[in-house]
Structures are given as C-alpha cells and as structure tokens.
Design a protein around this ligand. Structure first.
Ligand code: SAM
Length: 279
C-alpha cells in the first residue's frame, strides 16, 4: 500500500481552519492554500519524494504537509504559530510517524543538526522568504545540507531569482541563486489560490545545487554582489571602489569599468571573485 489510509480521509482544510480558529495573521505572512490538487502538484516539483526527507517551513493548517506525506515523504516541519500545533498533531497521528513538527522560528533553527539532509519544500511566509533563501544559498559548505529547494515566492521575487543579465530583475539575488545552483520557475500560482488572496501573483521556484566553481570564496561572492548591486545605477569603477583589488581584477579580465553591474554575466562575477580570492 502506497499511502496509509488515514491520510486519504482527512477533513477538508477549510474545516480544519474553522475548527481551530486559524484566522490568517498578516504578521506571520499567512496566506493558506486549500486546493489539494494544486498542493499535490507543488509536492511533485522536486521529483519523487518517496522515502525522502523533506523540511517544510510554516506548515500552517497542514495543506502542503498532507500533499508531501501523500507523496511518501518523511516531513520535518517548523511552525511559529502555536494555534497550528493541534491540527498538525492530528496530522502527525495520521502520518504513521512520518511527520515531526517543531514549534519555533525557522530563522533561528540550527538546520544542519536538527533537520539533516533534506529537500526543502515550503509555501514561505513572504516576510522571511528572501532572508531564508539567502541563508540557504550562502554558507561555506557546498554541496549544502539541503538537496533541493521548492519554494513559493511573490512572482516578482521569483523573477529576480531566475533573471538573466541586462534585465531590470537581474541583481544580487540572481547571481547568488545561479553561481553554484540551477534555478527555474516551476509554476506560476494565481493570487486567488490563496486564502486570503495576497495582492500579487506568486510562483514556485525550484533550485538544485550545482558544482561550485573552483577557487571562489562564498563570502567574496556576497561582498562583491552587495557592492556591485548596492549601487546598481553606478558604473563599476564607482560601485566596486570599496572592494580592495576589484578594479584591478576588472582590468585583468578586460571588463570595462564604465559598465554597470547588471550587464555582467554570472560567469563574470565568478571570474572577478576568483581573482580576489578570500581577501
Ligand atoms: N504551508 C501552509 C499553506 O501552504 O497553506 C501555510 C503557508 S503561509 C504562507 C506561511 C506559514 O509560515 C504560516 O503558517 C506562518 O505561521 C508560518 N511562519 C511565519 N513565520 C515563520 C517563521 N519565522 N518560522 C516558521 N514558520 C513561520
């Protein structure tokens, strides 16, 4: 039997929300998805999850969690809203031991030790989504502890993650998401799919780690992109001035210092960071 029976006989999410008084909190970025078909499609984005460990941030009433469990995953979920713990407890029982819920703040949890190797799948609270993404993409250890990221963002943020050079959306997030990872928009999600509907459209982004280029320090990549895109309208000779050695590196690579950061390919940032080492 692929699925334990109880997971197929759960009350509708709308009833769970009403029964536990889960009125959506704006402060916690709560926009719930109740459409179980859509949730099933999101759970398929990382590929087969049968027997795989999944880390879910913000399960809320547990809609995506159900879909992940039905896909055969073993789920560790971190939720900040105590009101959700009772309905999630019921889901733990129905899961036959495949769901563990941690009450806490995803920004503070020590993931490498408490979660371990896992796919991350989350309908992220928008107010902490970018901070979590930057943390997951950063760090010295590569490949990272996570195996893939399947994350819901506002469409505008998703477009910044996958953006190509010479576009308004291209910036620090694109370079950080692409220099040692592959990022794509897996699906767009209409605002009406959420309760309550947010003002903007959303999209699911799928990111997998790629081999890290040799001789590039992650901290240098972050420093370089922060300087370059911190003043994106300025020429590189101005914006990169505070990074020691950066202007020399441009000259050695034959990159015109009158260009602006948004015209540089990800491979250009890699080449500059490599020349700068870990200084
Ligand atoms: N996964 C549910 C769904 O798809 O319907 C809920 C998604 S809702 C957009 C975001 C969830 O993240 C909420 O349940 C909220 O309480 C939770 N949350 C907000 N900030 C959090 C944080 N710092 N750490 C953990 N969970 C958080």
């Amino acid at each position: 039997m692929t699925h334990p029976e109880p997971l197929l006989h759960l009350p509708p999410l709308r009833e769970v929300i009403a029964a536990h008084g889960l009125s959506a909190s704006k402060a916690l970025g709560q926009n719930f998805i109740l459409d179980e078909q859509l949730l099933g499609r999101i759970a398929k984005v990382p590929g087969s999850l049968k027997g795989e460990r999944v880390y879910e941030v913000g399960p809320g009433p547990g809609g995506l969690t159900r879909a992940l469990l039905r896909a055969g995953a073993e789920v560790v979920a971190v939720e900040r809203d105590r009101r959700c713990l009772v309905p999630l407890g019921a889901l733990c029982e129905a899961s036959g031991g495949r769901l563990r819920v941690i009450e806490g703040d995803a920004l503070e949890i020590d993931e490498a030790t408490r979660i371990g190797p896992a796919h991350i799948v989350a309908n992220l609270p928008y107010n902490v989504g970018t901070a979590l993404l930057v943390r997951w993409l950063g760090g010295e250890a590569w490949p990272p502890w996570w195996r893939s990221l399947t994350l819901m963002f506002q469409l505008e943020v998703a477009e910044r993650i996958v953006a190509a050079p010479n576009s308004g959306a291209y910036g620090r997030l694109a370079v950080l998401a692409q220099w040692r990872s592959a990022a794509r928009i897996a699906m767009k999600v209409h605002r009406s799919a959420f309760v309550p509907p947010p003002k903007v459209m959303s999209a699911v982004v799928h990111i997998t780690p790629a081999p890290a280029p040799d001789g590039v320090a992650p901290a240098m990549m972050e420093r370089l992109t922060a300087a370059a895109f911190g003043q994106r309208r300025k020429m590189l000779r101005r914006s990169l001035q505070p990074v020691p050695g950066a202007l020399d590196a441009l000259a050695r690579l034959g990159i015109d210092s009158a260009r602006r950061a948004e015209t540089l390919a990800v491979s250009d940032f890699i080449a500059i960071a490599r020349l700068l080492g870990s200084a």
